[in-house]
Design a protein around this ligand. Sequence first.
Ligand code: JHZ
Length: 395
Amino acid sequence: MKKTFLNLLKQPISNSYLSNKKKLTLKNEFFYNLSISFNTNNYLVSIKKPINPKKQYTDNYAHRASESLTMSLAFKKTANELKSKYKPKLSLEIGSNDGVFIKNFNKKKIIAVEPCGNLAKITNKKGFSTYNSFWDTKLSKKIINEKGKLNLIYSANTISHIPNLKETFKAISNCLADNGVFVFEDPYIGSVLKHNSYDQFYDEHVHLFSLISISNIVKEQDLKIIDVELLKTHGGSIRFHVAKKYSKFKPTINVKNVYKSEIKSGLNKLSSYKKFSIRVKNSKKKLLELLKKLKKKNKRIISYGATYKSTTIYNYCNIDSDLIEFVTDSTKNKQGKYTPGKHILIKPPIDMVKAKIDYAFLGAWNFLKEIRKKEKKFIKNGGKFITHVPTIKII
Ligand code: JHZ
């Protein structure tokens, strides 16, 4: 049974950066209700009513995974680890974005799948065979016919974006070779609860996974979890290694250990999620109190990183350009546009130094280390960061 535990109010599509504030008024901007539920049968945490993926993954998709050095290096490391561990003859990535992962592979040995036309174009142009399509059983059959079965399927920050997990895993099961492995990673619900990072809930994160929920879901498609890793990326992610039920692989001790720790933290209990929702309300209250207090003292505040995550914060907390003057982002195609819903102007990071800003709220809190290294001038001039993770504070 699905039980709603958190209501993050009306939200726009997190990727819908507006090119002209005047053209798109609140009247014709798309909003939906972001409510989060816990399934008491399989322990999966999901958006109650996900929106149609065709509205989200368009040929105008903004996020470029290569924009962060931290992630580029993490993907390189992962690619090398997977190649040496599983020695795949043929691999595939679901949700290849701008090619940040596949670029570490031989072009003849990896296939990419990417629903956003603008992104698929980038990797096709670079010579990587890219299917510009959503991942489903129809596509998996096409791939088997054209390329054969796969030894390794990888996916980062994509499986959690797909509403129909049954279809997703069926398609995986279809095209995995008998001893092939499916490795996927997404933000971890255990970290979200621990760090109060409620901004990990937005339209694209249809589900946030735990080991206990994914175990139940893969079982239905005759698959099994053979390994699990807890990662630091994106403020806490979980990586699953999945294989066919009758394959040669035996689950590692990690599977047992993470399972135990999830039960201990109550990820199988509705009460844990209800307690989290109280912390979220408190986080909103405290953030608004701090921003308003600083404004009263005539401090200048901006936000760092026009992340999808921060869309949830601005719209849930009702933060607009009265509190946050502008948002900075290094992504060229976000600059000069306005944030979804609250319409705050996005500028290049250098503008924060030029404008002698006092405080920068971290929209990209997950890259704090990298940002601190880059923004030495801002820090030297007395600039300070504000974060809501795990609690509201100035750092
Ligand atoms: P970042 C997106 O979410 C969407 P977002 C998606 N749904 C998902 O799951 C994750 O990515 C993986 C900028 N930046 O990665 C670049 C700087 O300006 O936290 C990005 O726009 N300066 C697919 O948007 C943003 O911040 C910097 O120094 O929540 C970071 O976005 C750095 C490091 C980043 O994901």
